[in-house]
Design a protein around this ligand. Structure first.
Ligand SMILES: [Zn+2]
Ligand SMILES: [Zn+2]
Length: 217
């Protein structure tokens, strides 16, 4: 499972067909194409999302894998996200602005409390976190995720969250998701950091895909 892949519908370089073929070659049965949302200059709007859906459905048929129709929304000021009107299967919310520590926690906590999404993307990815993390605030974020049933992404591209944050997941019944954050075909399915970290620290965690499928089927 690789639930974080960008295509030519935002800033990725691979087409939906190429991504699906690569995923099948790598033995994946389920992936999510999550292009950036409308706040990104090359992000999804409603008509792009509709066109992408047609290609996703064709690729699912052709390659016999499940492809979730997803989006990655930036966490903006006040913790808000922008969502095009579209029936997405998977919504990731991630911080894409370099901010100071207080602002980082303020935005993310508000976003978890107030916005509708499934997965918190690449928490503490180095380039967006200007002055480190606080263990106490990380604990609060994990509490909020656990209470809201939202998942923590383990992102293999950014190697985020770092191990120091993931250690705090031990013993928690937290949902998690794996993502390569691939922007090129070669990176599709590269989730080794995600798998390794889940094994080490999410002993009582649950995979979001199992959770979604049990809930809906
Ligand atoms: Zn991102
Ligand atoms: Zn991404």
């Amino acid at each position: 499972m690789d639930l974080h892949i960008h295509s030519v519908y935002s800033d990725g370089t691979a087409t939906i067909d190429e991504i699906a073929r690569k995923a099948r070659e790598r033995g994946m049965r389920i992936i999510a194409v999550v292009d950036h949302s409308a706040e990104h200059p090359r992000g999804l709007n409603e008509s792009k999302a509709r066109r992408r859906r047609v290609e996703i459905e064709q690729a699912e048929q052709k390659y016999g894998i499940r492809i979730l129709d997803g989006v990655e929304c930036g966490i903006l000021e006040d913790g808000k996200i922008i969502l095009p009107k579209h029936d997405f299967d998977l919504i990731i919310a991630s911080l894409h602005t370099p901010v100071r520590r207080d602002e980082l926690y303020r935005r993310i906590k508000r976003c978890i409390l107030e916005q509708d999404f499934h997965v918190l993307g690449h928490l503490h990815a180095g380039m967006f976190s200007l002055d480190g993390r606080s263990e106490e605030e990380d604990m609060e974020i994990l509490d909020l995720l656990e209470e809201s049933g939202k998942a923590l992404e383990i992102n293999s591209n950014h190697m985020a969250p770092p191990e120091s944050t993931l250690e705090l997941c031990r013993g928690r019944r937290i949902l998690y998701s794996f993502g390569s954050d691939a922007h090129t075909l070669a990176r599709v399915g590269e989730i080794s950091y995600s798998k390794k970290m889940a094994k080490l620290y999410l002993d009582r965690g649950r995979n979001i895909i199992h959770e979604m499928y049990n809930a809906h089927r």
